[in-house]
Design a protein around this ligand. Sequence first.
Ligand SMILES: Cc1cc2nc3c(=O)[nH]c(=O)nc-3n(C[C@H](O)[C@H](O)[C@H](O)COP(=O)(O)OP(=O)(O)OC[C@H]3O[C@@H](n4cnc5c(N)ncnc54)[C@H](O)[C@@H]3O)c2cc1C
Length: 456
Amino acid sequence: MNEDRADIVVIGSGPAGMAAACEARTLGLSVVVLDEQQAVGGQIYRSIDTAPADRVEILGADYAAGQALADGFRSSGADYRGGATVWNVTTDGVVDYIIGKQSKTISGRHVVLASGAMERPFPIAGWTLPGVMGAGAAQILLKSTGAVPKGPAVLVGCGPLLYLLAWQYLRAGVAISAVVDTTESAGYFRALPHLVPAILGWSDLLKGVKLLTALRRSGVAFYSRARDLAVLGETAVEGLSFVQRGTSKSLAAGLVLLHQGVVPNAQLSLSTGAKHRWNAAQLCWEPVTDQWGRLGASALYVAGDSRGIVGALASAAQGRLAALSAAAEQGVVSDLARRALPLQQQLARHTRIRPFLDALYRPSLQNRIPLKDDVLVCRCEEVTAGQIRGYVKLGCLGPNQTKSFGRSGMGPCQGRLCGLTVTEIIARERGVEPGEVGHYRIRPPVKPILLGDLVG
Ligand SMILES: Cc1cc2nc3c(=O)[nH]c(=O)nc-3n(C[C@H](O)[C@H](O)[C@H](O)COP(=O)(O)OP(=O)(O)OC[C@H]3O[C@@H](n4cnc5c(N)ncnc54)[C@H](O)[C@@H]3O)c2cc1C
């Protein structure tokens, strides 16, 4: 195997990864950035370098703002390796990846894991039918190729990304037959104590209010407080049923886009065996790090949404802070505290609204834990919610044991998609907190790879 070295290896070229690389290059460190996507940008700025002007216009100002970071990254002198799928990372900074069907290894004196977020699963009846997609997945198509649905779409769920996609679709001329909003009344009460900090971070709040106002004024049917959702259809989606304020409703639909927030894509940090804790506000696992994002005494840092959902601007600040700390460790920076201060202030500013959003758009229990036993939870191995409940009755205590009971979490996605649901189902059945139940033990390869590529 080829082996090369860099002062800093960054995994992920979203805002956190690009910012970490720029900071490290400014300090004169050698930097290699690996991303499974060919182009830089991560989720929010996907295809920022190649999107034509009309698409940038549709996607809006927050998307366009990524160009400055991408330009800075390109001119930073960091070595970008696109199309590089990282499948293994060790605590001493060795990174294994596949690129162009070849297996490669690189060693970083420090490694920044900036693998971002993924959409939270939305396991309701019918969610696996053809014609049902994540709203984030639909947005990926729009950003990367400009592809939009031909027929009208029904958007279902809650959270900023759902409303953003609706707004972007309207600008792109896509027909939206309805937005079915699952935000709970209780969410407003939960969010109230966090309103003052959110108002202090007024620009983010204002952005959200403008987005929702535009959506409400567009004339698109908006059903709020929807619950008891089910996607209808036998072999493909035909509609959506739900209950709104005690009244049952049913909509015809050829395309249903589901979304209830994003969660850290923590497979890489989990695979190193590092300690992770249950974040009860965001209902997900996050790595336990120090203030710089460092994982214990290892050579690894975590920055951005893979460390806990913070949003793009805060992710970039975390990326820079991780690079600064690594540079201090490498003896390049002697005044870490002074350099870090403005970045820490940025981070605090950009995360002010987060507790408000987490409380308001907390996905409801019935959309996280399927009500019905026959709803699929592990899509790869076709394990249902009822089967997981059955395993608990037989004495299964946590997600890892479900693997022996019925292969849940053992398919190609390695439990990435079902992990949170399985943890929450078991916790509920056992009557304990998810943190006590634990998570799947993730082992390399964290991404499906071909044996031929590994030896290639
Ligand atoms: C589908 C989706 C769409 C989103 N769209 C928006 C939006 O429009 N606006 C907004 O404000 N927020 C959006 N978000 C939230 C958003 O992800 C961020 O807040 C921000 O992009 C986080 O930045 P990051 O650098 O932490 O990670 P990301 O931007 O997610 O970047 C992570 C990068 O790591 C790479 N990666 C992950 N695992 C591996 C691996 N094993 N090997 C190699 N590369 C890997 C990914 O390809 C990706 O490019 C979206 C989230 C999702 C899941």
